[in-house]
Design a protein around this ligand. Structure first.
Ligand SMILES: *[C@@H]1O[C@H](CO)[C@@H](O)[C@H](O)[C@H]1NC(C)=O
Ligand SMILES: *[C@@H]1O[C@H](CO)[C@@H](O)[C@H](O)[C@H]1NC(C)=O
Ligand SMILES: *[C@@H]1O[C@H](CO)[C@@H](O)[C@H](O)[C@H]1NC(C)=O
Ligand SMILES: *[C@@H]1O[C@H](CO)[C@@H](O)[C@H](O)[C@H]1NC(C)=O
Ligand SMILES: *[C@@H]1O[C@H](CO)[C@@H](O)[C@H](O)[C@H]1NC(C)=O
Length: 429
C-alpha cells in the first residue's frame, strides 16, 4: 500500500520536530485517558453479550464462489494476486450484519447507537480492494472452517475492540460462551460450543514485559517500567496452543517509560525528573519488536500468525486533551487525508521490523503475515465514538464539553471490515 507519507514528511521536517515533542508529551496523557478508561471497565459492562453481522469481500476470483460451496480453505496462492489493503470504501446499502440489539458484547464506550449517536450513515459502507472483490463476511462459513481451532488476538484496547466486532459477527450464528477472564477483565476467552472454536483476547499492550503504575482511573503515579528483552508471559505461555494469532502494539509506546535491558536501566522516554538518557519511544519500539519478531520467526509455530499495523486516530481541531473531535460522518478517499506524524512513525517501525522478520520466518517455515489495516482505517474518520463514548452526553446540556474518543471504533462500524479482510485471507484465501 502506498501512503506516500514519507515524501510528505520530508517537506515538513522543519517544524515537525517541535510539533512532535509537544505531541509526545501530551500523547502519554491522551492515551492514558482514552485507552485506560476504556480498558478498566467495571465487570458488569465487560460481561455484556453480543450479536452481529458484517460484509466481506474476496480477492481475484474469476467466478464468484457461492456461499457454502466449499467450506475448506482454498489454496494459499490465490490471495497473493490482490492487495487487500489498498482500495476504497463503497456504499453498502445492506449495512452491518449485526446491531446493538443483536449483540450484547459491545462495550458501552463503543456502543455508539445506544449512546445516542444521531447519524447512521457511517454504517453503510464496505471496504472494496482496488483489484478484487471480497464477499460479505459469512459467519457460518467462518465457524465451519474454524471448527476445533483456537484464536488469540493480542494487544491493547484496539485489539479488544476488534475481538468484540468478530464476536458480534459470529454471534449471528451462535452465541459464544465466556469461559475465562482475568482479574481485571482485560484478557478473556470465549468458546463456540457447536463449533469448538475458541477465541481469546490477551491484554499485552507492549508485548514485552511491563510494570504499569496507573490507578483505576488511569492516573499514573510513575513511568512505565519496560523490559525490552523480556516477554510478556501472558502470551508466550500459551503461544503454541493457538492456531491463529493476531499481534499488534504501538500506542502504549508513546507513554513515559523507563527502559530496561539485560536487567539494567538503559534510558527512558520523557522522564524529566530522572537523570537518564532520553532514548525515545522509537528506540524502544524497534528493540521490543525485534525481540518479539525474533521469537515468532524462530518459534517453529505451525499456525498462522498475523501482525496488524497500528491504527490511526482522527482527532481534529485539537488533540484529545485540547477539545479535539471527529465530527465527520462519511469516509474520505485516499489522498484526502494524511497519516499524523506519530501514527506514521509507529507504522514505519512496524513495517521495517516486520520485513526483516518475514524473511527469517519464511526461512523457518513459520507463516507470518502482515495485516496492514492502516490505510483502510485512515479513510474512516467517521467511524469513532467521538462524544458518544458516554451515554447520551448532551442529554442534560446541549453545549456540554465532552471527552471525545477518535481512536476506538463504534460497533457496529468500520472495524467490522477488518474481519471481512481477515476472512478473505484465512477462509477464502
Ligand atoms: C440500540 O440502539 C437504539 C438506538 O438506536 C436504542 O433505542 C436501543 O435501546 C439499543 N439497544 C441496545 C440493546 O443497546
Ligand atoms: C476442541 O478443540 C480442541 C483444540 O482447540 C481439541 O483439543 C479438542 O479435542 C476439541 N474437542 C472436541 C470435543 O472435539
Ligand atoms: C548483561 O550483563 C552482564 C553483567 O550483568 C554482562 O556480563 C553481559 O555481557 C551483559 N549482556 C549483554 C548482552 O549486554
Ligand atoms: C546525571 O548523571 C550523570 C552521569 O551519570 C552525572 O555525571 C550527573 O552528575 C548526574 N546529574 C544529577 C543532577 O544527578
Ligand atoms: C449553547 O451555546 C449557544 C451559543 O454558543 C447559546 O446561544 C445557547 O444559549 C447555549 N445553550 C445552552 C443550553 O447553554
Amino acid at each position: 500500500m502506498k501512503l506516500n507519507c514519507t515524501q510528505w514528511l520530508r517537506n515538513k521536517q522543519g517544524h515537525m520536530l517541535l510539533k512532535l515533542v509537544v505531541a509526545i508529551l501530551f500523547m502519554g496523557l491522551a492515551f492514558r485517558l482514552v485507552f485506560f478508561r476504556s480498558t478498566r471497565l467495571p465487570p458488569v459492562l465487560e460481561e455484556i453479550p453480543l450479536t452481529e453481522k458484517t460484509e466481506l469481500a474476496e480477492p481475484p476470483l474469476p467466478v464468484q464462489v457461492q456461499e457454502n460451496e466449499d467450506q475448506a480453505p482454498r489454496e494459499e496462492n490465490v490471495e497473493e494476486k490482490c492487495d487487500l489493503f489498498t482500495g476504497d470504501w463503497i456504499p453498502n446499502p445492506s449495512g452491518p450484519i449485526y446491531t446493538n440489539q443483536s449483540c450484547s458484547l459491545i462495550e458501552s464506550h463503543q456502543n455508539c447507537m445506544n449512546n445516542g449517536r444521531p447519524d447512521t450513515g457511517y454504517l453503510y459502507w464496505r471496504w472494496n480492494p482496488r483489484d478484487c472483490e471480497i464477499p460479505p463476511f459469512d459467519p457460518e462459513r467462518f465457524l465451519e472452517t474454524m471448527r476445533h481451532k483456537t484464536w488469540a488476538v493480542i494487544g491493547d484496547s484496539i485489539s479488544r475492540n476488534h475481538v468484540q466486532s468478530l464476536l458480534c459477527m459470529l454471534s449471528m450464528v451462535e452465541q459464544p460462551v465466556q469461559v475465562y477472564h482475568d482479574e481485571e477483565y482485560r484478557s478473556k476467552r470465549w468458546h463456540f460450543p457447536s463449533y469448538n472454536l475458541t477465541i481469546s483476547v490477551i491484554w499485552s499492550p507492549f508485548l514485552v514485559e511491563a510494570a504499569i503504575f496507573e490507578d483505576f482511573n488511569g492516573v499514573s503515579t510513575s513511568e512505565v517500567e519496560l523490559y525490552l528483552d523480556k516477554f510478556d508471559k501472558k502470551w508466550t505461555d500459551s503461544y503454541q496452543n493457538f492456531d491463529y494469532i493476531i499481534f499488534s502494539s504501538g500506542e502504549w509506546y508513546l507513554k513515559s517509560a523507563i527502559y530496561h535491558e539485560n536487567n539494567t536501566i538503559v534510558g527512558c522516554h520523557y522522564c524529566p525528573k530522572r537523570n537518564l538518557t532520553q532514548l525515545g519511544f522509537v528506540f524502544a519500539y524497534h528493540k521490543a519488536l525485534q525481540y518479539v519478531f525474533n521469537f515468532i520467526a524462530t518459534s517453529n509455530h505451525k499456525g498462522h500468525i498475523f501482525f496488524r499495523t497500528s491504527t490511526p486516530d482522527h482527532f481534529e481541531n485539537g488533540e484529545w486533551f485540547s477539545g479535539g473531535t471527529c465530527p465527520k460522518t462519511t469516509p474520505v478517499k485516499e489522498g484526502e487525508i494524511e497519516l499524523k506524524d506519530l501514527n506514521r512513525i509507529l507504522r514505519d517501525v512496524e513495517l521495517e521490523e516486520f520485513e526483516k522478520a518475514a524473511v527469517e520466518a519464511s526461512r523457518n517455515g513459520v507463516k507470518l503475515k502482515l495485516l496492514d489495516l492502516t490505510l483502510l482505517s485512515l479513510l474512516r474518520p467517521d467511524g469513532h465514538p467521538g462524544p458518544y463514548r458516554e451515554f447520551h452526553p448532551f442529554a442534560g446540556d446541549k453545549n456540554a464539553t465532552v471527552q471525545n474518543d477518535c481512536l476506538h471504533w463504534c460497533l457496529p462500524g468500520p472495524i467490522d471490515s477488518w474481519n471481512d479482510v481477515i476472512m478473505e485471507i484465512v477462509v477464502n484465501g
